[in-house]
Design a protein around this ligand. Sequence first.
Ligand code: 26Y
Length: 823
Amino acid sequence: ESTPLIASPEPSVEGFVREYLRELNFTQGTVLERASTNDKYLALARTVRHYLMASWMRTTSEHLRTQPKAVAYLSAEYLLGRQLDNALIAADLTDIASEALASLGIDVAELREAEVEPGLGNGGLGRLAACFIDSLATMAIPAIGYGIRYEYGIFRQKFEDGWQVEKPDRWLDNGSPWEFAHPEHEVTVSFGGHVETVSEGEGADAVETSRWVPGWEVLGVPYNYMVPGYRNGCVNTLRLWSARATHAFNLETFNYGDYAEAVRAQTFAENISKVLYPEDSTPQGKELRLQQQYFFVACSLRDFIDQLLPQGFDLHRLPERVCFQLNDTHPVIAVPELMRILVDEEGFAWDEAWEVTQGCFAYTCHTLLPEALEVWPVDLLGRLLPRHLEIIYRINDEFLEEVREASGDDAVLVRRMSIIAEHPGRAVRMAHLATVAATKVNGVAELHSQLLRDKVLADFARLWPEKFTNVTNGVTPRRFVRMANPRLSELITEAIGDGWVTDLDRLRELEPLADDPEFRRRFREVKSANKERLADFLARRDGIEVPVDTMLDVMVKRLHEYKRQTLQILHVITLYDGIVSGRLALEDVVPRTVVFGAKAAPGYAMAKQIIGLINHVAAVVNNHPEVSRVLRVAFPANYNVTVAETLIPAADLSEQISLAGKEASGTGNMKFALNGALTIGTDDGANVEIRQLVGDDHFFLFGLTEPEAAAVAEAGYRPATYYEENATLRRALDLIARGEFSGGDRQTFEPIVSNLLGEDRFMVLADYQSYLDAQQRVEAAYRDPDAWSRSAVLNVARSGFFSSDRSMRDYLDRIWHAEPLES
Ligand code: 26Y
């Protein structure tokens, strides 16, 4: 039996007008003549919600009724991007809404711009989570996303004199029409205190058990977000937790008469979900971050058990009902938390609890950099979560016993594999804990998974080879093609029908059209219209002038040394130098506009230096009378999902130039290929698979391979040799060193130059010449528009594999073993 439901309104223009005015008048409390843009936007968002609401309620109650196996995606980050357009497309309301609002004299396009995107993530990992929940809904898989409702998302980036300045991201200020708060479903989360040992039973039967006596508590209030599938009647849920002070907490202090202290205590508790940490590679070991992690994980497990399972469900069977997917190590504290629930609260024997726990978790690793692996000092963890630390120790004891047995007491191996590191201080290695507990451990691209098995987690892969698998990342074609690139979408649909939106392999049907001159012409028309759109956008948003008839060469991603933004700016400097010195004639340069978008972690000094360098080079290049005729550099501030959506469809060239063996996968690389940009890239991450699929002739490969880079490092890398032996490189570095881009000041960029010459951990200098050569090949190819657009069309046609729908199928087959909900 199903619950009675109000049907969503029938989709019609008149109906939409009625719903809209009702929202504007009755919910927003204003009349059309007086409504601000924000009023109109909020009313539109709420109106669109109506059309998805019945599907959402139906999906939820079907899930509860049929109790299928579900995927619970645990992620500290969801980089969602704007919701309005996505919801309109999913509900197939784009045209109806535009017409309806036009009849009221409102331009929907203008309202779209009013939405501040929820930037609840740093970059790739957070955006991946957002793509995955989109795909799960589109495939009607019973799934729920759990995370944190940060009051401040990733900082807003500004440039002052070219240097990054961070401003708080007040994304909630104008209202948040996409969320539904459920304070009645609040969950209590405990912290601190101590563990008591209690004896139960008498004499020989006496058993010692542990009891956690927490020191303080906070409440988690869930906020639900709709995750609409693409026109399939399925709407899943994303549940983000917000921290509140407990009522008791306040009252106690209040009774002492110290009202101000009571309010201060409240602030303290609510700090937990205040702000997203903006680091994406070097964990700072901050106590508040561990609080965030435990907070959302404890809320989510409690919620899944209490709200999604029937009352009295036998938790021995939990693995039949759920797979908790750990998005990197950030939620790994869920492992001891589930053990605590089973052993301390449900009275399970340890071994029973461990079997259940091992059946419920799977772990995705997203890195190869050793410094990015999370490690929590034992004293910090023990202070905040004493019972969890105790549980981790026991997990480790039993695990190390297994290692000893399997290895014939290899003490060195035991030390290497231990969940507890001893040096420099005692600390919990979260990746080891995750690997020990998980049914499956996966990397995010073939090469990455291979390197996990061979290097980062090699000891574990030898012990449990069947635990390790790969799932290559993907991106949602709904947001990153259908929504971001309506012109290309129309061209594709006209050629092969619209089935590709949910079955991206069908892009293959475009392959023959790569040889059709008329199709290529229309493809070029789309590209250039997208460049116009971008130029318009950047002119309005940043006052940046972008020429529309040049090669658009784009590098957008977090600023990190391993990603090597430096390599691209060195290419720019080399072009500049060539022209200024007269060794390169203007007519021999293919006019190009180089676009950067990148945020640096606020505490990452070298990354901020590099941003400064790019902006300073841009100023010199763009103001040079000759050089600027063929070369421009644009660095719009505050790169985010919204910017990506206008930038990527306009790009000709996609820069994916990390040092081989450092980028786990990359996902921007997939978005560019799907939008018909050609890649210049190293043999790294998912570039490897992109190149295999699109073909060598349609990809500009350069640089050391991973084994080569490893061998160079092993032999002792000496960057200065490249400087000494390569005159072009020397000239470029000398320009920086002599202050060409810093008003003659030699100190400004000295740290960058000396780092490159002295250490150059990511082998920028080793790959410089190879990169220049590849850029030469790019120029030659771009001079032949027909051949270039043929390659571009083939990139689109052969990139269907990179749909996150395919990633979800792989997770389902290899890890989750869940099935779609019947509709
Ligand atoms: C622990 C904290 C400092 C931290 C916070 C965020 C550590 C890492 C991160 C985010 C990492 C991340 O975004 N990794 C990227 O994940 C993408 C999706 O799998 C990959 O495509 C990309 O190569 C990888 O760098």
